[in-house]
Design a protein around this ligand. Structure first.
Ligand SMILES: [Zn+2]
Length: 187
């Protein structure tokens, strides 16, 4: 099932998502629908609040075309209650977001992360990541804490973006731009 993707400034994106207490059929089908929605967008990651569900669940697939072809990547990851338990180094990445219409910006992130999470079949896993996958995991876990990448840029830039959104909404152009494919990796 393809979900509607909620867009800034909708309020569900600002809420701290609650932990999943039970990995039941509902959570499993939510993750399936989220993966479908992410691929259709297209994007490389999606968090449950982006489809209007304030629960700690994310999907990511950051494999390049080449990795996909050779079957060498990590494939689709569906993670429940993901948590960063170690982070090191620094990386600057041009980020976009399926919930932030028509805007990208450079964001500082940790270069490498160790994430603990649960899989849909109730296994506790640890995941080491660097590069795009590390960025993507931090971006998605931010969503679970009610934070968008525009909360990590300067206040001036954020205010300018906020004003632009209001103007686009006033002019009735927001929805049309929201349909456009993301210009950077949509996460
Ligand atoms: Zn995002």
């Amino acid at each position: 099932m393809i979900h509607r993707i909620y867009k800034f400034p909708e309020s569900v994106l600002k809420k701290i998502a609650r932990p999943v207490e039970n990995i039941d059929g509902k959570v499993v089908s939510l993750l399936e629908g989220m993966a479908e929605t992410m691929y259709a967008a297209p994007g490389v990651g999606l968090a449950a609040p982006q489809v209007g569900v304030s629960e700690r669940a994310i999907v990511v697939d950051c494999d390049s075309e080449e990795e996909k072809k050779e079957g060498k990547g990590r494939g689709l990851l569906k993670l429940v209650n993901p948590e960063i338990i170690q982070a090191e180094g620094e990386i600057v990445w041009e980020e976009g977001c399926l919930s932030v219409v028509d805007f990208t910006a450079e964001v500082n992130r940790a270069a490498r992360v160790l994430v603990r999470a649960w899989t849909p079949d109730e296994k506790e896993i640890r995941l080491e990541a660097d590069g795009l996958l590390a960025v993507c995991l931090q971006h998605e876990i931010d969503h679970l804490d009610g934070r968008l990448f525009i909360d990590r840029i300067s206040r001036l830039k954020r205010d300018l973006y906020r004003k632009r959104v209001k103007k686009l909404q006033r002019e009735g152009r927001f929805d049309e731009l929201a349909q456009k494919r993301p210009t950077a990796s949509g996460i």
